[in-house]
Design a protein around this ligand. Structure first.
Ligand code: C2E
Ligand code: MG
Ligand code: MG
Ligand code: MG
Length: 280
């Protein structure tokens, strides 16, 4: 298909580009209704101690099932929600829903765990973030240390001077901070030590080929050693096999998350399979 855009210039659309553009438009308008129509929900993926396989926390992961388009991955719709501004109400909904879930589990007599929640770029830059977080924690009556906010390494390294202040404020109210997808975002190491953070999440791209790729092994061991010296915990993402797990354990990684232990699952399944009942 050829579209005339000027007297002599033509823009060529391939079939593939057309399909992609029209899907993006569909998703954009569908996303506007997704929250009201209750098409969004959360799954929770266990985060476990590598030594004892003990559940420490869960990561809340957004799911969207659209009646016609089917399941749409957050990797596809989050960037769009980011671009059209809907990520702010969606992100607030995620925070409230996940913390309410944790509140419910505790009320049901389960031992408390940490709830890890992904922040989007726009949420992280939003001037009201700190207030919004403390208000939601107050509403659900949970101590701040049960909440861990994940921001990606590239978010942390964009305007890092400002990020120092944002992280200090969040930390001052007692919330934990993890740097997600670590190793993919061009860290300036001098900033890393100025950031008030608790945990580095080793990106799954380094974990995937750990058994066969000496370069990935070097990167992973270096991240673990550096984090340990700086006083941060480490968690490996995307652990699928025993050999990956063995390597990580032998090299001092603290926690892991991945299909090897469990996929992200609905809250009832998580409670049934993994939460401990209070003994007292
Ligand atoms: P992420 O935060 O790095 O989350 C990890 C992703 O890896 C999740 O994909 C998870 O399902 C997947 N995963 C976990 N274990 C394994 C494994 O063993 N193997 C493989 N191959 N994958 C594994 P998911 O749920 O599709 O989410 C993709 C990304 O979307 C997330 O990456 C995060 O950046 C974003 N996202 C998801 N939920 C939210 C949310 O509530 N808010 C924001 N802002 N972003 C979110
Ligand atoms: Mg994450
Ligand atoms: Mg990640
Ligand atoms: Mg990711």
């Amino acid at each position: 298909k050829v579209k005339e855009i000027g007297r002599n210039s033509y823009l060529f659309f391939s079939k593939d580009m057309q399909i992609r553009t029209s899907r993006a438009l569909k998703i954009d308008s569908a996303l506007r209704e997704a929250l009201q129509k209750q098409q969004l929900y959360l799954h929770y993926q266990p985060q476990v101690n590598i030594e004892h396989q003990k559940l420490i926390g869960v990561e809340a992961l957004l799911r969207w099932e659209h009646p016609e388009l089917g399941m749409i991955s957050p990797a596809e719709f989050i960037p769009q929600a980011e671009a059209n501004g809907l990520i702010i109400p969606i992100g607030e909904w995620v925070l409230k829903t996940a913390l309410n879930q944790l509140r419910q589990w505790i009320d049901d007599g389960y031992e408390p765990i940490v709830m890890a929640i992904n922040l989007s770029t726009a949420q992280f830059r939003h001037e009201n973030l700190n207030n919004m977080v403390s208000q939601v924690l107050h509403e659900v009556q949970l101590p701040p240390e049960y909440l861990e906010l994940e921001l990606t390494e590239s978010m942390a390294m964009t305007d890092p001077e400002k990020v120092i202040g944002v992280l200090d404020k969040l930390h001052a109210q007692g919330v934990r901070i993890a740097i997600d997808d670590f190793g993919t975002g061009y860290s300036s190491l001098s900033y890393l030590k100025k950031f008030n953070i608790d945990k580095l999440k080793i990106d799954q791209s380094f974990v995937r080929d750990i058994a066969t790729d000496a370069g990935d092994r070097a990167i992973v061991t270096t991240i673990i050693q550096m984090a340990t010296i700086l006083g941060f915990n480490t968690i490996a993402e995307g652990v699928e096999t025993s050999s990956q797990l063995d390597f990580l354990r032998e090299n001092g990684c603290h926690e892991y998350q991945g299909y090897k232990f469990s996929k992200p699952i609905p809250p009832d399944t998580l409670a049934e399979k993994y939460l401990q009942k209070n003994s007292g």
